[in-house]
Design a protein around this ligand. Structure first.
Ligand SMILES: Nc1ncnc2c1ncn2[C@@H]1O[C@H](COP(=O)(O)OP(=O)(O)OP(=O)(O)O)[C@@H](O)[C@H]1O
Ligand SMILES: [Mg+2]
Length: 269
């Protein structure tokens, strides 16, 4: 491990419904090392294990085998709440990241105070409100005027933008994005993606972003990985990624999976 390593996954495996007819080996001995400042886009077919990978890192459930380290700290036995101060997350569903019955400002206060000493103060302090206003203004969506609006009244795109702000506010070691623009119309999706890029850059974050949009996976980030059957089968960064086209990624996928079929056959016959 080098000093700039943020995340180390060694041989991680996760099986659901072990020992039943529905047994599902979702992650299979997966390895991945992520450096500080990496912005990795993750692609892969439905059911290839992308969300399971992020859930395993966040501690939504414990993995069966292998090791997950954030910096030098072993995560394996740590519950989700204990990992939360290290990890920011935004999900596909705009309803998930924020509390719909609370105002924008109250939602932001919750995120802002996370990791700080517990305070019994309700609502937001005037200093907090001032800070939130400057943050929201930077999003350029007019949300600085909506501090007292109920979150549930905002559009999906506005909610995702605020969820992103909340997830990145305390400079987490890792930002995990699971198709966070998939529920938005194309124009709003690209606004939220640009915001994502900006926040990652401004806060110097390390991020893993799942997307089904190949072009987005190529346009964003410095590294691209593809999952298939719970393993990383493509891992490209730097210039290798920059010059890639969607057709080339698909070609690579076909080649890698064919090779795997051949080696599986050699293994099993
Ligand atoms: N908590 C869970 N309990 C049981 N099975 C699960 C659980 N989470 C995921 N799975 C199963 O694991 C497999 C991989 O699911 P996962 O959500 O990781 O795929 P994905 O790559 O994110 O797919 P998609 O592109 O459709 O989101 C699926 O067969 C799914 O049903
Ligand atoms: Mg998924």
């Amino acid at each position: 491990m080098t000093p700039d390593t943020i995340l180390t996954l060694k041989g991680i495996s996760k099986t659901f419904y072990l020992g039943t007819p529905n047994q599902n080996n979702v992650l299979n001995n997966l390895n991945l090392t992520v450096k500080k400042g990496d912005f990795i886009t993750i692609i892969g077919g439905n059911g290839s294990g992308k969300s399971t990978l992020l859930n395993s890192i966040a501690g939504t459930f414990l993995i069966d085998k292998g090791s997950i380290k954030i910096k030098e700290k072993e995560m394996n036995k740590l519950k989700e709440e204990k990992r939360a101060s290290l990890i920011g997350r935004v999900f596909q569903d705009p309803l998930m990241g924020t509390a719909p019955r609370m105002t924008v400002s109250e939602n932001l206060s919750i995120a802002y105070r996370r990791g700080q000493k517990r305070t019994l103060k309700k609502g937001s302090t005037s200093n907090e409100r001032l800070y939130f206003k400057t943050l929201l203004k930077k999003l350029d969506l007019g949300l600085e005027k909506r501090l007292d609006s109920e979150m549930g009244l905002l559009s999906g795109g506005q909610r995702q933008a605020i969820a992103l702000l909340m997830a990145t506010m305390n400079q987490p070691e890792l930002l995990l994005l699971d198709e966070h623009t998939a529920a938005l119309d194309p124009k709003t999706a690209s606004v939220v993606l640009e915001l994502t890029r900006k926040r990652i850059e401004e806060e110097n974050l390390t991020a893993l972003m799942i997307t089904h949009n190949m072009q987005d996976a190529l346009n964003y980030g410095n590294r691209l990985i593809m999952l298939d059957k719970g393993q990383v089968i493509i891992d490209l960064s730097g210039e290798d990624k920059q010059d890639l086209t969607v057709a080339e990624v698909l070609g690579l996928f076909q080649k890698r999976t064919e090779n795997r079929l051949v080696s599986d056959e050699m293994l099993f016959n």
